[in-house]
Design a protein around this ligand. Sequence first.
Ligand code: ZN
Length: 113
Amino acid sequence: MQMTSGGDWICMDCAARNGAAGNCGKCGEGPVLALADPQVRSALKQQDGERERKRSRMLLGVASGIGAIVGFPLVFTLGMFIGLAAVVGLGGVIFLILRAVFPYRPRFADIAG
Ligand SMILES: [Zn+2]
């Protein structure tokens, strides 16, 4: 198991490491959780996964909106079918660009599962 510097207790709210149980020394929320507990590490990883999926959905929504606005004239120039396919493709490309430019940074990346 990996133990990271700063303490064996972690705050779920701000990911700060704490040296002892109790409330977080950084943000005051609490109680901090024991990193030695495999269930705690699993829950933190799960929370990171949920945050990443939520963020992906948000980026996909933004990309779809931009794709629809920018690509809308294509429906008239290329015709309905090819135009709509181009809009969907454009949204996909914008989504990939957004994800590359604003990569997700896991809050609990250094925790071994
Ligand atoms: Zn905290």
